[in-house]
Write a protein that binds this ligand. Sequence first.
Ligand code: MTE
Ligand code: MO
Length: 415
Amino acid sequence: MKNKIIQLSQFNPKISRRKLLGGAATAAVAIVQTAEGKNVQAALSQAQLLDDDPTKKLGTFPGQIGTRSSFEKLVKDPSETSSRSPLQDFYGIITPSDLHFERHHGGVPVIDPSKHELLIHGMVNKPMIFKVADLKRFPSVSRIAFLECSGNFRSGKETLRPQEICGLTSQSEWTGVKLSTIFREVGIKPTATWFLAEGGDAAVMTRSIPVKKGLDDVIIAYAQNGEALRPEQGYPIRLFVPGWEGNTNVKWLRRIELSDQPFMTREETSKYTEFVNGKVRQFSFDMDARSIITFPSYPQQVEKGWIEIRGIAWSGRGKVHKVEVSVDAGKSWQIANLQEPILDKAHTAFRYLWKWDGNATEIMSRVTDETGYTQPTLKQLVEARGESNGYHFNPITAWQIKPDGSVLFKPESFR
Ligand SMILES: Nc1nc2c(c(=O)[nH]1)N[C@H]1C(S)=C(S)[C@@H](COP(=O)(O)O)O[C@H]1N2
Ligand SMILES: [Mo]
């Protein structure tokens, strides 16, 4: 059969020499050498390169940036103001940056880092303005920790994946300057107990955070997984508040004001506040310990025999102490293996080897963190807090295994 020749020169006027390499069967691949002697494989998709025998023709040549295999279909499933990480598709504990969940109230702004400024004022000895470059001159820190929106819960139907149930959490390595370093620089007054963080987006989002937390482990982050923050994650700078509800992690950070009381912003009065048995639960900062089995999960299929149950567990109050798995609908629980590293306030991978006998059952996981807190059932949560308005829901999540090997989420009603 005759090879089909693809004319690459029309895509790149700089091409001086063309080398055509015949493919084995029906396709041919053109590798183009530029005047500088660089090999360019122009405008050929991986699908076009797909062949029965990949050893019989050259592959793609290095480009300026790498891309994910076209066989891997990972997407964030965006809605208008949020997008969710495909937890069921991940291995290990780092979320690829382009799949980090997104949540914002006024869209992603475009900010020129050379013009961006951070003002720190209020109860300080020396109000100051920092450019991004100024912040980068201070000693830096890195830590791997999760971020989670406090509205991270969905239920209601059997056809939900981990992504829909709790994909408003992701994990990165964050790098930046400790807020305590900057607080020392401006000299915060001893009477300052709260600070306001304000974002430079259309939502101009503001949150009050206790100075105690600010001095403990808060970071002004400018990098994520080895590169500058993604615009969606707050480029050029954001607050990273380990273990605390996503909303306090103010993105596109432009102002910090020190005070001796909280500021009672919209985000802490009308939102991110829960009505619990007639009372208001406000400033519920810590993200409670949670876990979810990501394999097997809907819409995956399992076969009789050995199955490695896999998932992630995390706690906003510290390290994961243990994860238990039940394969008999919660009647008995077994200890799962935890994968190192088990980091403070970080997604931790767990595994449990299970021999499925082919009968219908339910599988689920529950985590206990180092403070002794154990992930509750939805019933326990509702008993303790009423039906709530949906914030800080971290219930045990069960998957139904059907005799035909299909896996379905088990929605539970709030009553
Ligand atoms: N400036 C600003 N910061 C913000 C928000 C916002 O809308 N504007 N959304 C918050 C909310 S509700 C969450 S859950 C986290 C989400 O962070 P991410 O988009 O990087 O995942 O950012 C927080 N920081
Ligand atoms: Mo959020």
